[in-house]
Design a protein around this ligand. Structure first.
Ligand code: NAD
Length: 270
């Protein structure tokens, strides 16, 4: 069901790789709600070509950009400004750790790989906002979002240096969010349940993460579709004064000490 919540709103959506991607679902829902946007991804990811099907479905243009390259981002924002004038929303749905990909344990981290993953997963959020800031291209009451994970607050083995990247990402949302307040723009992160996507499934033991979170969450895991709904709400005019927050979207996982389901699994007296 569509509510027309984003009618007339324009934006940029980063990170739709394939149908499983959270950004893919966000793009579909933003389109249903009346938004117009540019889709962007790293040129290497776009070579797979799947994003073109999404562009067709949502009547949007695709502009490639490596989110760590200021030059690419400048070109992308220039294209968005030429098409839309000012923007109302930006979704940063980007993450990658070389240490995770290559199965390097946290205790033996490769620091060059750490820097690369940090740049892609966290600093790129600053770069995106910096370019938008310098070009002064956000409308008042615009909304900027990035996606995070609870490993920023609590330790999950094998989430590796992505945990540190997510902490940094959330901190950037607060720090830059303060300055964006001057321009009446809000900046938040959504801390999403484990979700079966290319990036998610790349984490060792992901099936265990997913099942455990499902059993620990009173409402069950939030799906990529659920996340898309939350992103739409955050881009809509109904959330104008929410800023500098890390918003848990996890079926209650973050505030559950232990669930009955998990207790039952360990209760030998039963
Ligand atoms: N899947 C989960 O369990 C989960 C949970 C919480 C948060 N998140 C976060 O959600 C976001 C989206 O991930 P996803 O799960 O949809 O996986 P995904 O693999 O579909 O998306 C990750 C995207 O990052 C893009 N990317 C990588 N390097 C880039 C670069 N240099 N420039 C531009 N784009 C680049 C990839 O091409 C891909 O589209 C990430 O920030 C991820 O950490 C995921």
């Amino acid at each position: 069901m569509s509510y027309g919540l984003l009618k007339g709103k324009k934006g940029i959506i980063f990170g739709a790789l394939n149908e499983q991607s959270i950004a893919w679902k966000v793009a579909e829902k933003c389109h249903e709600e009346g938004a117009e946007f540019i889709l962007s991804n790293a040129p290497i990811a776009m070579r797979m070509g799947e994003i073109n099907a999404l562009a067709e479905k949502t009547n949007s243009e695709v502009v490639g950009a490596d989110a760590t390259s200021m030059e690419d981002l400048e070109k992308l924002f220039d294209a968005a400004i030429a098409k839309f004038g000012k923007l109302d929303f930006i979704l940063h749905s980007i993450g990658m750790s070389v240490n995770v990909r290559k199965g390097r344990n946290y205790t033996a981290i490769n620091y060059d790989w750490l820097e690369k993953g940090w740049d892609v997963s966290a600093v790129s959020f600053h770069k995106v906002m910096r370019v938008a800031w310098d070009k002064d291209c956000m409308n008042e009451w615009g909304s900027i979002l990035a996606l995070s994970y609870i490993a920023a607050q609590r330790t999950f083995p094998d989430y590796n240096d992505m945990a540190d990247n997510k902490s940094y990402l959330e901190s950037i949302a607060r720090s830059f969010g303060y300055y964006w307040g001057e321009r009446k723009v809000r900046v938040n992160t959504i801390s999403q349940s484990p979700t079966p996507t290319t990036a998610g499934s790349g984490v060792k033991g992901f099936g265990g993460f997913l099942g455990y979170a499902e059993d620990m969450s009173p409402l069950g895991n939030a799906t990529a579709d659920d996340c898309a709904g939350y992103c739409v709400a955050m881009f809509s005019d109904l959330t104008k004064k929410v800023t500098m927050q890390n918003l848990f979207h996890d079926g209650g996982f973050s505030n559950t000490g232990v669930s009955q389901k998990v207790v039952d699994k360990y209760d030998t007296e039963k």
